[in-house]
Design a protein. Structure first.
Length: 403
């Protein structure tokens, strides 16, 4: 089977996903085209250089609807003969785009792809697509649906994580992200967002709060306690599903949950012949990919079983992995991953994560693959695993190996 290599990875800085965020006036189309142009210029992609652009975005309505991938190709400087495919696997959309592209190459369906994603959460609100999993009673009742924040609190309750542990992880995410920016660890991947005059709109992640203290976090009210304990009473729904629980510990709040932000990321993937033809040196091999379905109520436990699956499929063990990127959707998700595999926290999310820098839904999967690659290179390590929890109960993972 043909190897699929990563030749380049880039992302925009993440802007606050609200009206006063620096990227609020930038459309999903413009941000996507900006990244496509950056990969084209950085890698001399003239003509019909790639087979397809596979682009993830979660809320596929309004400006993010209508096959945004193809629209982005047409808005960019890429050859118009390159098609586009928009996909949605919720929070893993950007990762699934990369995995799908890699597996197409491995199967012989084209020599190169651009894959990634975008989410402008300040312009197209999360949930505005009216997903059936959350609004159709015939499904919500069958699946014992609760909002994701309640799911995160169920994980904390089920596996015994305290608010103090969650807050400590959040503080460390802030510290690591600030250090990474200070030391220029993201420099290779960051593509600043410019206005039409070439002036910088945003050059670094703006959601970070590096001065946050434990005392600051202790003052925050649990974000999901009210919706859990009062009408519609999601805690009771959860306890119907899990009768061994007599309560839900509501430990998550704005400070130990992922931030709502705008952003995009892209990865250039190709086979060996593509690299030779374009004079490019591969940075990593995509060693394995995996996806899995899980319990839709607790919902966010997917990183554990999907990691077990990808390790089994690839013939690797947890000890073979040098570094991990586990999306910080909520603190309990990462705490559960480290608990399940007894992984040293120093090897997980080395440069901080979505608690500090934000989680642009359709882009995050591609972001953490790029971050993982950069860090493997910085530390001169070999093998890395990236994984995400996914809404409605799924998990996705990618293993990359430096070459």
């Amino acid at each position: 089977m043909t190897d699929a290599f990563i030749y380049d990875a880039a992302r925009t800085p993440r802007g606050k996903g609200r009206a006063d965020g620096s990227l609020h006036e930038v459309t999903s189309l413009a941000l996507s085209a900006r990244l496509l142009n950056a990969l084209k210029a950085r890698n001399n992609l003239e003509g019909h250089a790639v087979e397809d652009v596979i682009w993830g975005n979660v809320t596929q309505v309004k400006e993010q609807g209508g096959c945004l991938a193809r629209s982005a190709v047409l808005a960019s400087d890429l050859d118009e003969r390159i098609p586009g495919l928009s996909i949605n696997r919720f929070c893993a959309s950007g990762m699934e785009a990369v995995n799908l592209a890699a597996n197409q190459i491995k199967g012989g369906a084209g020599q190169a792809y651009i894959a990634g994603g975008v989410e402008m959460m300040g312009r197209v609100a999360m949930g505005s697509d009216g997903a059936a999993i959350a609004v159709d009673p015939s499904l919500t009742m069958k699946s014992y649906f609760v909002p994701q924040g309640i799911s995160a609190d169920i994980i904390a309750t089920e596996y015994g994580f305290s608010r103090e542990e969650a807050d400590a992880l959040a503080l460390e995410s802030q510290r690591r992200a600030a250090q990474a920016w200070k030391e220029g660890r993201f420099d290779r991947s960051i593509v600043p967002v410019l206005d039409q005059n070439g002036l910088t709109i945003l050059g670094r992640d703006e959601y970070m709060r590096p001065g946050t203290t434990a005392e600051d976090l202790a003052k925050l009210r649990p974000a999901f306690k009210e919706m859990g304990e009062t009408m519609p009473g999601f805690d009771k729904v959860a306890m119907l599903k899990y009768p061994h629980l007599d309560h839900i510990d509501h430990i998550h709040h704005a400070g130990n949950s992922s931030g709502i932000v705008d952003g995009a990321a892209a990865v250039l993937i190709g086979d060996a012949d593509f690299g030779k033809a374009h004079g490019l040196k591969p940075r990593a091999r995509i060693r394995a990919t995996a996806k899995i379905g899980t319990d839709p109520t607790i919902m966010l436990t997917g990183p554990v079983p999907v990691t077990e699956k990808i390790l089994k499929d690839s013939g690797l063990s947890i000890g073979d992995i040098d570094l991990f990127e586990v999306n910080e959707a909520f603190a309990a998700v990462v705490l559960r991953f480290m608990q399940a595999f007894q992984v040293d926290p120093a090897r997980v999310n080395v440069n901080g994560g979505a608690i500090a820098m934000g989680h642009p839904l359709g882009a995050t999967g591609a972001i953490i693959i790029g971050t993982l690659l950069d860090e493997l290179e910085r530390q001169d390590k070999t093998m890395g695993l990236a994984t995400l929890c996914i809404a409605s109960g799924m998990g996705a993972a990618t293993i990359i190996e430096r070459v």
